[in-house]
Design a protein around this ligand. Structure first.
Ligand code: ATP
Length: 509
């Protein structure tokens, strides 16, 4: 764990030092849980968004995208349940004055018990070697059974308390589990209170007459309230989907772990409208399809897992998270939810407008069911960035930091480097740059020794370094150095565009 914390610190400082992510308002000492994207960060973020957008819309004939506003009629948030129920249970430690999410304290406690199980498993692997059967071990070893039973007991008690909004019992649970404040080390807790996560502001010029409105806490509702507009104007036939990316705002109580949990963040969501009764089939389709998208980026499958929800939100009849192994452990990266007809029915009720679909095959009208896929763009950024960050010792004993970003997402696709600043090399390099720069994001650099320039490109994840040397003026060839292998090959200038294009092609089909 200590090692991972160390690694995570290196990752966050690399992100700042190389122009990917800056703390917001830094010269005024920053703002908690708000970040700005720098010159390379914005390119990487745009590329992730575009990779998602293309995979969801261009690659699916029955999905279209929209872009709805952040401000919406406040009744929408009544209908969706956010005004009354978009709460986190919070608790304060009276000694440290630190505030926590009660559910997170309990989850962290469960994670510690899970760690104990993992330790037992590791010990057993060492003892039994090749003959080890994990499933059998976990279902028979008394210590593991005891730990698992404890986890089930805590989870069930927490779920019941939340369902009954029994905040006193949540506090009691924290006390019974003897959870201490990580800062003060004491158990001197306040009562648990509910805290609404929506930011509100006022619209209108005269302040006392102005209406309270909210900054949207999710992009999904903008899709629901436009569902008929899109269905009619796009002549969409069920099943079909609507995708959207955009900012969402949540007044998160616990702001930590860098861009994992922010107060202003971006979501990439898709709502898929289906016939009632067919939602679970589509739920499992989207589970597989979204995992396929993740794996297409070439990150190891062992970094991902599904976490099916046992306790479902009142509107859902199936839900799973795609979890990713961040440096601080497996955490939710994406949610896939079968939301039934809850949202559309509520909007029908609150707006008084019919939101039905006439199904020509069934010759019948109904309110469609919805399967949602929802992923945080910033969280995906963190997953990719952390996973790509590599420190290497090279054969000659020197070391380098390289961002092994999936090439299709790399902020800069190639650096154009004249070997020296004379003999016509800069001019030739500029010529190549001008030919390629509309199609690819490129960097031109002539300062410093070539090795130093290679390292700078490694650190921002540039897949190719194209070097113009003395041979270039003789035969119109250049060397192309690949980031991960550091291998170089000689290529004709005329082939550069197709070479880069072929090698940065996405793997998704
Ligand atoms: P969590 O349990 O981590 O608070 P959630 O279950 O509330 O997340 P959803 O409402 O399902 O999250 O939102 C969908 C996705 O949006 C999440 O999977 C996550 O990637 C992203 N997301 C949610 N909250 C934040 C946040 N505060 N900062 C960054 N990304 C977020």
């Amino acid at each position: 764990m200590a090692n991972n914390e160390e690694l995570f610190k290196k990752i966050t400082s690399h992100a700042k030092e190389y122009g990917f992510i800056f703390p917001s308002s830094e010269i005024y000492d920053g703002m908690a849980a708000v970040y700005d994207y720098g010159q390379w960060g914005v390119e990487l973020k745009n590329n992730i968004r575009s990779y998602w957008w293309k995979a969801m819309t261009q690659m699916h004939e029955n999905i279209v995208g929209i872009d709805t506003s952040i401000f919406m009629n406040p009744t929408i948030w009544k209908a969706s349940g956010h005004v009354d129920a978009f709460n986190d249970p919070l608790i304060d430690n009276k000694d440290s004055k630190k505030r926590y999410r009660a559910d997170v304290l309990i989850e962290d406690h469960i994670a510690k018990i899970e760690d104990k199980i993992n330790k037992e498993v590791e010990k057993a692997i060492k003892r039994f070697g090749e003959d080890f059967n994990k499933e059998q071990f976990c279902s028979t070893n008394p210590r593991v059974l005891e730990h698992s039973a404890k986890i089930r007991e805590i989870t069930a008690r927490y779920a019941t308390a939340m369902q009954n909004n029994d905040l006193a019992d949540i506090k009691q649970l924290i006390e019974d589990l003897e959870i201490v404040c990580p800062v003060s080390g004491t158990r001197n807790w306040t009562e648990v209170r509910q805290f609404n996560l929506m930011f509100s502001t006022k619209i209108g010029s005269v302040s006392d007459e102005a209406d309270v409105i909210y900054l949207r806490p999710e992009t999904a509702q903008g899709i629901f309230v436009n569902y008929l507009n899109v269905q009619k104007t796009g002549r969409m036939k069920i099943p079909f989907g609507i995708a959207q990316t955009g900012k969402a705002f949540r007044n998160e109580i616990v702001a930590r772990q860098f861009i994992f949990r922010m107060r202003e963040f971006e979501q990439m969501e898709m709502q898929f409208f289906v016939r009632p009764g067919e939602e679970l089939k589509w739920f499992s389709y989207w589970k597989q399809e979204r995992m396929r998208w993740h794996l297409s980026l070439g990150m190891s499958a062992s970094k991902y897992r599904f976490h099916d929800h046992e306790k479902l939100a009142h509107y859902a009849n199936a839900a799973t998270d795609i979890e990713f192994e961040f440096p601080f452990g497996f955490k939710e990266l994406e949610g896939i939810h079968s939301r039934t007809d809850f949202d559309l029915k509520r909007h029908q009720e609150f707006s008084g407008k019919k939101l039905q679909y006439f199904d020509p095959e069934l010759n019948d009208s109904y309110v469609p069911y919805v399967v949602e896929t929802s992923i945080g763009l910033d969280r995906m950024f963190l997953a990719i960035f952390a996973n790509s960050f590599t420190e290497e010792t090279l054969d000659d004993g020197s070391s380098r930091v390289v961002l092994r970003l999936p090439r299709v997402l790399a902020p800069v696709k190639a650096a154009i480097l004249p070997l020296v600043k004379k003999d016509g090399m800069p001019e030739k390099a500029r010529e190549i740059m001008n030919k390629l720069k509309y199609d690819f994001n490129l960097i031109y650099e002539e300062k410093d020794a070539i090795g130093k320039r290679y390292r700078r490109q490694d650190a921002i994840g540039t897949p190719y370094c194209i070097t113009i040397d003395s041979q270039t003026s003789e035969d119109d060839t250049v060397t192309v150095r690949e980031r991960d292998t550091m291998q170089q090959e000689r290529l004709p200038i005329a082939n550069l565009a197709s070479y880069i294009r072929e090698n940065i092609n996405p793997l998704i089909q």
